[in-house]
Write a protein that binds this ligand. Sequence first.
Ligand code: ADP
Length: 506
Amino acid sequence: MGGRTYIGAVSRDRPTDPTFVSSEELLARSTAQGARGIFVRFVLVVLGINLVIGGAVVAFDIWSSVRETRESLESSAKHALYVADRLHAAQPDLPLGAIVTRASELTGMPMALLDARGEVVTSTSPKLAGGLRVVYGSHLSPGIRYEIREDLGEVSGAWMVRPFLEGARLVVVVPHTVEDEGRVEYFTISAGVLALGEAFTLLAMLLSANWILRRPLARLVNELTSALARDVQRRQLAEQSLHAKELQLLQRARLASLGEMATGVAHELSQPLNNIGLLASRVTRRALDDQPDPAFVQDKLQKIQGQVQRASRLIDQLRAFGRPAVHNMALFPIDRPVHAVLDLLQQQLQNRGIAVKVDIPADLPQACGDEAQLEQVLINLINNARDALEDRPADPSCPAIELTAEAVRPSADAEAEVHLRVADNGPGIPSSVAERVFEPFFTTKEVGKGTGLGLSISYALVRGFGGRLELSSIPGGWTTFTLLLKTTLVSATKDALHAGADDPAG
Ligand code: ADP
């Protein structure tokens, strides 16, 4: 069988994976494999049982045949001795040697007569005298012995010794051959029958294997696979409906957020527009005056510009939220964007009495990302910290923002990351709020002050260059946002690709 692999050009309807195996093929393969495994085991067991039973039957037959043969030999020997007895009874004057010779002639069995000292008096076969020494040595005890040996020639067989008249002993041999016990034939025939039986069993099993095993197995595998497929399908459907529900919820949440944002945006935009309107009408009025006041006009026009900037900042933020970001990825020392941002914000932080502490070691690896976007993220984080410190209810004595960085190796074989922390000792973030801070449009700030877009945009930007943005906050303690940045372009790009799916702004 073996799996078919698709090599070279791939046709339209075939999957591009060269190791692809269709489900029909898998089904056929597993059925055949299963059937083969069961069949081989089955054959081994049946043949083994056959061999054991056959062997036992053959052994029993051999044993009983030998026993029967020996019984018949014994009765023949007894018969010969009986003939000798009868001859003596009929002719008591006949010498013992003549009786023995006569009895041997009548029965056709070799006989010998030994005197009381064990010397051979008469022997009807020359081989018998020699054989006596071979079989009995010097102890000729009465009884029957089976000496079926080739070296004894015609006197191989059952040897029976019996006391005879005048202290003599009579020996009779019932000749016998190895073949007489039927062993060889029996072995041959039995082995043949056994082999035939085995061959027949094997053949029958081979022929019936398809019917006995393969078809029911195929049915079983088929049922199992379709049950599995049904199960998977059911699960997929369940997941799909769950997903659809989640999407619905998300959609609803987005709509709600959009509603909240729309209110915020309307307010945020209407304020500068109102102000612009007011300022413009005052400038117009003054321009119509007889005594124009250039200083007054310049001041109002500057204010109008400020209001325009305020409105366009909001519009920029909204745009950034809607547009997929393009990242100019590069490696840079992390202190560079930190100092660039602080140069911009330091003054206003100082004006608010907020102390800024920076602790960035010189030997850090370079961080990977879009430096300009990272600056934007830092501005968001520092502005949030500033707002939080302004809200701080108690202990206004030492409001502070700390920017610290370190190199961290997440595991022994992983590459180092640069962790940049932006922390403030403001009021902290309660966990119910912390859960939602990265959501687009989520804000706790008063209408017109916050749009709820800063953190979600920051999160998406950082994910976009393969990093992460994490929050830890101890209510009443320090609030820390940590930027975890990659240190090589390769891993940054790889992680950025993975990040696409969970971009909350996307
Ligand atoms: P916005 O600043 O416009 O509200 P953000 O997405 O930047 O939007 O922040 C969302 C919310 O997260 C804020 O309204 C505020 O409740 C909370 N937050 C962010 N940073 C901090 C901080 N450093 N301390 C306390 N709360 C914070």
